[in-house]
Design a protein around this ligand. Structure first.
Ligand code: ZN
Length: 420
């Protein structure tokens, strides 16, 4: 699938220190390159949207966060391979299509386009590999066939709807040196069971070897889209195997960063890693990075509560995308936070004050501020700290020289993606 337009990222003198990120799997800050290979190629997989309700502020916060990872790597002279999927066939999408009387393909297409437009407006660098679940089916079928042959996957008997042929992953049999249950999430079994039920899993499904075993292939049902799965039979893929296969097909093994919202830690990232380890005996990623959840005015943001803040709606109301991006950067990516109108108003004031002060920036001011932004960003993406540093510079009395204006404007764009 095509992604969106690549923004021009200015090249700025100097370079960022090695980026350290908090790794969920180890619970520690981890360098994303070794000191003797600081400019080594970097690679990243960020889980994409299921195309409905795009692009709410939680999505925007996640993709802007990983855009900061991307920009920090580029600034430090690294080339970046970046893949993202679109879960363009899955239960929530089909349910929404059914409920609204829209064909699921039309709903997906419309929402993916909305997402592309929002990403472009927010100055997010696109992935080179933007792959839909439907596009990945021919890659995925042989992988699941192999798991079946190794007895790491199995078919369960028909459930209450009488349909046979659903294929599940044998979680416990699949454990090996590259992955054990909890390697990514570090959750205990009780926590896993809770999240599994809450986030699309089916712990109660009769006939599974273990209640945590995730679905790999769902046999065709009347009224549901399905594809030829060779030995798997007709059906459609599970979600974790989709990402696991797209990541392994398009990126080195293990790749540098697996990213997504903190609600993807379990079961999604745990089992994406498990599927890779079971099939290929290697770790999927070196670092697992997760963004906090975004609510609205003290409440969880969800379609059912009717309180989704959509990027496209704000844009349509005339809000400048750079101000939206500045709100996102004003919160540390790992914290849970709430969108408020006050945050947006503050961001708009900040952007205005930065623009005004930019006109009288000396070369010395520009290089000092860029150094400061770079060290904040290398430290687990401390974007709020970087914005505070910009505020401090903006609060200083205007100088008489403007020979640093262009450097600073380009540096803030290159490092933070803020177009002033
Ligand atoms: Zn994923």
């Amino acid at each position: 699938m095509h992604a969106w337009k690549n923004p021009e990222v200015p090249q700025v003198v100097g370079s960022a220190p090695i980026l350290e990120l908090f790794n969920t799997a180890t619970g520690n800050l981890q360098a994303t390159a070794s000191a003797d290979a600081a400019k080594a190629d970097a690679s990243m997989y960020v889980c994409g949207i299921t195309p409905y309700d795009a692009t709410h502020m939680g999505h925007a916060s996640t993709y802007v966060t990983f855009d900061l990872v991307h920009r920090t790597w580029l600034d430090s002279g690294r080339s970046v391979a970046y893949s993202q999927n679109i879960t363009d066939v899955d239960d929530p999408l089909l349910e929404r299509a059914e409920a609204t009387g829209v064909d699921w393909r039309d709903l997906a297409e419309e929402q993916v386009q909305l997402f592309r437009d929002d990403m472009e407006a927010l100055n997010v660098i696109p992935p080179q590999n933007y792959i839909g679940a439907v596009e990945s089916i021919s890659w995925l079928v042989p992988v699941v066939e192999q798991l079946l042959e190794s007895d790491l996957a199995y078919k369960v008997p028909a459930g209450p709807d009488g349909v046979e042929g659903d294929i599940y992953f044998d979680t416990y049999a699949a454990q090996n040196d590259a992955w054990k249950l909890g390697s990514v999430s570090n959750y205990d079994r009780e926590t896993m069971l809770g999240f599994f039920a809450e986030r699309g899993g089916d712990p109660q499904r009769v006939g599974k070897r273990d209640s945590l075993d995730p679905l790999l292939w769902r046999a065709a049902r009347e009224g549901e889209p399905s594809w030829d799965g060779a030995k798997l039979g007709t059906g459609r893929p599970g979600w974790h195997i989709e990402c696991s296969v797209i990541a392994r097909k398009t990126l080195p093994a293990p790749f540098t960063v697996q990213g997504g919202g903190s609600d993807l830690i379990f079961p999604h990232h745990e089992f994406s890693a498990a599927h890779a380890a079971a099939g290929d005996h290697h770790e999927l990623a070196q670092t697992y990075v997760h963004t906090g959840m975004v609510g609205l005015d003290g409440e969880k943001m969800s379609k059912s509560l009717g309180n989704l803040v959509l990027v496209s709606k704000l844009r349509a109301a005339g809000v400048e995308p750079v101000a939206i991006r500045a709100v996102l950067l004003s919160q540390h990516y790992r914290t849970d936070w709430f969108w408020t109108d006050d945050l947006l108003a503050t961001a708009q004031e900040r952007v205005a004050s930065w623009r005004e002060r930019l006109e009288t920036t000396s070369q010395h001011e520009a290089t000092t501020l860029l150094d400061s932004i770079r060290s904040h960003m290398a430290n687990d993406l401390d974007a709020p700290g970087a914005l505070d540093a910009i505020d401090q510079w903006a609060a200083q009395p205007a100088g008489t020289s403007n020979d640093g204006a262009q450097l600073l404007r380009e540096g803030i764009d290159a490092l933070l993606g803020l177009k002033l």
